[in-house]
Design a protein around this ligand. Structure first.
Ligand code: LLP
Length: 418
C-alpha cells in the first residue's frame, strides 16, 4: 500500500498534505514517508528471514540520520563507504559491530578511524588494501575482520554507470584470486579472513545476474573450504531494483529464493546491503513551477528544483514519474520538458512527460526520489541545498533544514592578500 495518495484532490504523504508542507518550508524539498520506510524494511527483513539474513542498510542511498535511525530501530545495521558515512551510522545509533565498511578506496586514516571504532567487518577490494589494513590493525593492537569482495564477472544488465561486477569494472578482486588472498591473509597477524562479499550493481530488475553471481561465489566457497580455509560469512551486497516507470523488479521473496537456492546449503552467516529498495519509493521531490515557456518546438516547464538537487535524470537518463500535487486527472495534457533553472542544457528533470496546463507556483513532484536523491545533491549555481522532511502519520519534521545564504557564503574565506 502506498503512503502517498490523493485525498479530496490533494496529494498526501501519510496524513499530511504535501501542500501544507510546501507552505511551511517552501519548495523545493524532499519528503520521506516514515511508514513506507518501515514497510519496505519489514518486507525485506521478512523475506530474508528465510535465509537468516542480516540487513546492513547501504546508507549511501539516503544517509540522513533520521532515515538511518528509523531503520536502525527495526534492527538494521549499516553498510558504509567512507568515514563520514561511518560517523553518520554511529551517530544514528547503529553499533560499530553492525557496520560493514565497503568501498574500493579506504584511506589509511579512514581505516584507523574504523578500527578504533570497532567496525565489525571490512570488505577488502585489493591486496594493497589488505596489507595497509593489516598495518593499521597491528598499530592499534587489533584484528580486522575481513571479507574479500570478489568480482564474479557478471553483467547486471542495468545502467552502465551502476554496473559493478564485470571484469572491466574497478570493483572487487578477480574471483579466481580468492584462494591467493586467503593464503596471503593467513600470514597477516592483523587480519582475520572470514568470507567473501559480492555486489554486482544497482537497480537490477531481473534475478538471473544475482543467480549467476551467487552461484559463482558458492563454487568459490567450496573451493576455499577444500583448500582448508574457513569461510563462515558471505555478504551478498545490495542491488535489488524498484519500480520507477513500469519496471517489474523481483519481489523480495523471489530474491530470497535465489539466495536460498544458490548459497542456502553452505552453512554461512549471510549479510545483505540493500539501499534503494528500502528508501527509493519512500521519497518525493516536491517543486514549484517558476515559468512555463513555449518555444517553436517545445513546452518547457521551468521548476525551482534542478539537476544539482536531483542528478539522477541527467546522470543516468533515469525516468521518475511526475505528478501534480493538486489532483488534475481527466484534464487535457501536453507534452512537456521539466527543466530546472541551472545554466546547463542537461538540467532536465523529465523529458516528454504529459502534464496538464501549469502556471507559476503550481506544485509538482517527482516520485521514487528517496534513494540517491538528496545524497547526490550539490550546491552548483550557489543554490542552497534543499531541505529534507520526514512525515510520520499526522506529524512532520524538518530533518535537514535549508541553510541560509549567510551560512553558505560564510564557508568561503578570502586569502590575506585580498
Ligand atoms: N553495496 C555496495 C557495495 C554498493 O556499492 C551499493 C551501491 C549498495 C550496496 C547498495 O545498492 P542498492 O541496493 O541501492 O542498489 N547513484 C546510483 C546508484 C549507485 C549505487 C552504488 N552502490 C543511482 O542513483 O542509481
Amino acid at each position: 500500500m502506498s503512503h502517498f495518495e490523493y485525498r479530496d484532490g490533494r496529494l498526501f504523504a501519510e496524513d499530511v498534505a504535501i501542500s501544507d508542507i510546501a507552505a511551511a518550508v517552501k519548495t523545493p524539498f524532499y519528503c520521506y514517508s516514515s511508514s513506507t520506510l518501515i514497510d519496505q524494511y519489514q518486507a525485506m527483513a521478512d523475506a530474508l528471514a528465510v535465509v537468516n539474513g542480516r540487513i546492513c542498510y547501504a546508507i549511501k542511498a539516503n544517509s540522513n540520520q533520521a532515515v538511518i535511525r528509523t531503520l536502525a530501530k527495526l534492527g538494521a545495521g549499516a553498510d558504509v563507504v567512507s568515514e563520514g558515512e561511518a560517523r553518520r551510522a554511529l551517530a544514528a545509533g547503529i553499533s560499530a559491530s553492525e557496520i560493514v565498511f565497503s568501498g574500493v578506496g579506504k584511506t589509511r586514516s579512514e581505516m584507523q578511524f574504523a578500527i578504533n571504532a570497532g567496525i565489525g567487518q571490512f570488505n577488502v577490494e585489493s591486496v594493497g588494501e589488505l596489507d595497509v589494513l593489516n598495518e593499521v590493525a597491528i598499530e592499534q593492537e587489533k584484528i580486522a575482520t575481513v571479507v574479500f569482495r570478489v568480482n564474479p564477472d557478471v553483467d547486471a544488465h542495468t545502467h552502465d554507470k551502476i554496473s559493478t561486477g564485470r571484469k572491466e569494472d574497478k570493483f572487487g578482486i578477480d574471483i579466481d584470486l580468492a584462494p591467493d588472498l586467503y593464503e596471503h591473509a593467513m600470514e597477516l597477524p592483523g587480519i582475520l579472513p572470514v568470507g567473501l562479499a559480492v555486489h554486482i550493481g544497482s537497480q537490477l530488475t531481473t534475478l538471473n545476474p544475482f543467480q549467476e553471481a551467487f552461484s559463482r561465489v558458492a563454487a568459490m566457497v567450496n573451493a576455499l573450504r577444500a583448500a582448508g580455509f574457513d569461510v563462515n560469512r558471505l555478504d551478498l551486497g545490495g542491488g535489488l531494483g524498484i519500480v520507477y516507470d513500469g519496471e517489474t523488479p523481483p519481489e523480495p521473496q523471489d530474491y530470497a529464493a535465489v539466495v536460498a537456492e544458490t548459497v542456502g546449503d553452505l552453512d554461512v552467516e549471510l549479510t545483505f546491503e540493500p539501499g534503494r529498495v528500502l528508501v527509493g519509493n519512500a521519497g518525493l521531490l516536491v517543486t514549484s513551477v517558476i515559468q512555463v515557456k513555449e518555444t517553436a518546438t517545445k513546452r518547457f516547464v521551468v521548476v525551482d528544483a534542478a539537476m544539482n538537487d536531483f542528478i539522477r535524470p541527467t546522470l543516468y537518463d533515469a525516468i521518475h514519474a511526475v505528478a501534480t500535487v493538486a489532483e488534475r486527472s481527466g484534464e487535457s495534457t501536453y507534452v512537456s520538458e521539466i527543466v530546472g533553472p541551472v545554466c546547463e542544457t542537461g538540467d532536465i528533470l523529465a523529458s516528454n512527460t504529459h502534464l496538464p496546463t501549469l502556471e507559476e507556483n503550481d506544485l509538482i513532484c517527482f516520485k521514487s526520489a528517496g534513494a540517491y536523491g538528496a545524497v547526490m545533491a550539490s550546491s552548483y549555481n550557489t543554490r542552497p541545498p534543499i531541505p529534507e522532511i520526514m512525515v510520520n502519520h499526522r506529524d512532520f519534521s524538518v530533518i535537514r533544514p535549508r541553510p541560509s545564504y549567510d551560512e553558505i557564503l560564510s564557508l568561503d574565506h578570502l586569502p590575506h592578500w585580498l
